[in-house]
Write a protein that binds this ligand. Structure first.
Ligand SMILES: NC(=O)c1ccc[n+]([C@@H]2O[C@H](COP(=O)([O-])OP(=O)(O)OC[C@H]3O[C@@H](n4cnc5c(N)ncnc54)[C@H](OP(=O)(O)O)[C@@H]3O)[C@@H](O)[C@H]2O)c1
Length: 248
């Protein structure tokens, strides 16, 4: 049994994994709210999506996908965006916390400004956005899916700020899952290894690009979380590159 479709917010929907998740959700009939900094890129994504499904209810205008250009690394913009969205979408069925940034540097060479930039987008923003959208998520008995990483639980040298931020997001996801359990709001996470996007090309140029996970495979994992809506649930899905050793 798949989750009932409705309105979904995908952060970082302009490219990479977020774009693939948006395509997967639109195909399933969700009405999408696409957020990132680039209005042009979001508009291009929006144009390529099938219109939100009839099962989401409402008029076709209410079911059309919308773009939200916003810098999610700026907490004032995050708060203002959440307020606008709450007014526009009183019932939010799905929040996909995907937008993220990484830097490649040993901790010794990481400036406080770089550390803060990574934590603002990867940790503070998901916290604030989720907190502010909780009334809309509760109203829809919705679901939160956070895109973590293998570094949510492993230590990768040269990725200190990113690794620490993904550990923090993982902790946030776990506590949120427990705090919202009684309300019926489900909180889950997908933890992929290297995925073929702009981010990995910068962070891990050493990985053979033919051995990377495709963004569509992460989107499929999100889809399978939505499909698993009967008596059994899973809190997380870990995805490894096919070439990576099992149980590494
Ligand atoms: N690629 C991997 O190997 C990998 C592996 C595991 C987990 N992940 C995680 O998957 C998520 C998506 O990563 P990706 O690989 O798809 O990265 P990506 O290709 O670099 O895309 C990042 C997305 O986040 C948006 N974004 C970046 N800074 C933003 C800001 N300040 N405000 C709003 N949006 C912002 C970007 O859009 P704009 O530039 O338009 O703002 C873009 O849509 C991240 O959380 C990442 O940590 C990636």
């Amino acid at each position: 049994m798949a989750s009932a479709v409705g309105h979904a917010l995908v952060t970082g929907a302009s490219r990479g994994i977020g774009r693939a998740i948006a395509a997967e959700l639109a195909r399933r009939g969700w009405t999408l709210h696409l957020a990132s900094r680039s209005a042009d890129a979001l508009e291009e994504v929006r144009r390529e999506l099938p219109t939100g499904g009839a099962s989401a209810g409402g008029t076709s205008a209410e079911r059309s996908h919308r773009i939200h250009p916003v810098d999610l690394g700026d907490m004032e913009q995050v708060a203002a965006f959440a307020e606008r969205l709450r007014a526009e979408v009183p019932r939010l069925g799905l929040l996909v916390l995907n937008a993220g940034a990484a830097i490649s540097a040993p901790l010794e060479e990481t400036s406080l400004a770089e550390w803060d930039r990574v934590f603002d987008l990867n940790v503070r923003s998901p916290f604030l956005l989720t907190r502010e959208l909780l009334p809309a998520l509760r109203a829809a008995t919705g679901r939160v899916i956070a895109i973590g990483s293998v570094v949510s639980t492993a230590a990768y040298p040269g990725q200190g700020a990113y690794t620490a931020s993904k550990h923090a997001l993982y902790g946030l996801t776990k506590v949120l899952a427990k705090e919202l359990h009684a309300d019926g709001v489900i909180v889950q996470t997908v933890l992929p290894g290297g995925v073929a996007t702009d981010m990995v090309r910068t962070m891990r140029p050493d990985i053979d690009s033919t051995d990377l996970i495709q963004p569509q495979d992460v989107a499929a994992a999100v889809g399978s979380l939505l499909d698993m809506d009967g008596s059994a649930l899973t809190d997380e899905i870990r995805l490894r590159r096919r070439g990576k050793s099992p149980w590494a």
